[in-house]
Design a protein around this ligand. Structure first.
Ligand code: DC
Length: 228
């Protein structure tokens, strides 16, 4: 099986690139952030909140023991099920983003998801995106890519996305840039599985690249790896 580990900070366009790569290569796209978000939904539904989660250790243990997380593909799109309930439609709210950002720093949460992610790479050729895929989840990945872009470029992309979907509200570009810088800091300084490139990863700065160029570049790296 072949695997591409695609890591990088929030808002760098990993999921868009990963979907395009999956189509071009006929690989399965595994969005690991969605798994952390699904657990966050379950925590929120069961009374935890982002402020208290790190101190409610026993409750976290109990809740984690109650859940089975599953990935299923419906019309080629990834859906995440918690105890047989599809929570995919609930993953992209602000509350869930915040909870996922805090709860994904807990070792127990990360341990819960490790095997599921590795199993996917055993069964399928995968392009898996996340933060620690090249460093922790798939240290033997065929190709490891670490995608970056300057914070202001990522903020501008997010700004346009929100504007186009009518969800911008009164947020300014400066505020979005600050949020992205804060998230980067939190993700890259946490004790467990911090966001950092694997030693053998290819670092691609996408600030000045078009999406097609990024995809082509990654495919050319993959071909080189496979041809050895
Ligand atoms: O990529 P995303 O925004 O959907 O990720 C949601 C949260 O989960 C984010 O705060 C980072 C975290 N995450 C992680 O810690 N490790 C991963 N492999 C993927 C996501």
């Amino acid at each position: 099986m072949y695997s591409i580990a695609l890591d990088g900070p929030a808002g760098v366009g990993k999921s868009t690139i990963a979907k395009l790569l999956a189509e071009r290569l006929n690989y399965v796209y595994v969005d690991t952030g969605a798994l952390y978000r699904a657990i966050a939904v379950y925590f929120l539904d069961n009374g935890l909140n982002a402020e208290s989660v790190s101190t409610s250790d026993d409750e976290v243990t109990v809740l984690l023991s109650q859940i089975e997380v599953e990935i299923r593909y419906i019309d080629e799109n990834q859906h995440v099920f918690i105890n047989d309930t599809d929570v995919t439609g609930r993953l992209r709210t602000e509350d869930v983003s915040k909870m996922a950002s805090v709860s994904s720093a807990l070792p127990k949460v990360r341990a819960k998801l490790l095997e599921l992610q590795r199993d996917m790479a055993k069964k399928y050729n995968v392009i898996m995106d996340g933060r620690d895929i090249g460093t922790v989840v798939l240290p033997g990945a065929t190709l490891k890519i670490f995608l970056t872009a300057r914070p202001e470029v990522r903020a501008m992309r997010r700004y346009k996305q929100l504007l186009e979907s009518g969800k911008l509200g009164d947020q300014t570009l400066e505020e979005l840039t600050c949020e992205i810088e804060e998230r980067d800091h939190r993700d890259s300084t946490r004790a467990i599985a911090p966001l950092k490139p694997a030693e053998d990863s290819v670092i691609i700065d996408s600030s000045e690249l078009m999406m097609e160029e990024e995809v082509n570049l990654i495919i050319s790296y993959l071909e080189k790896k496979i041809e050895g």
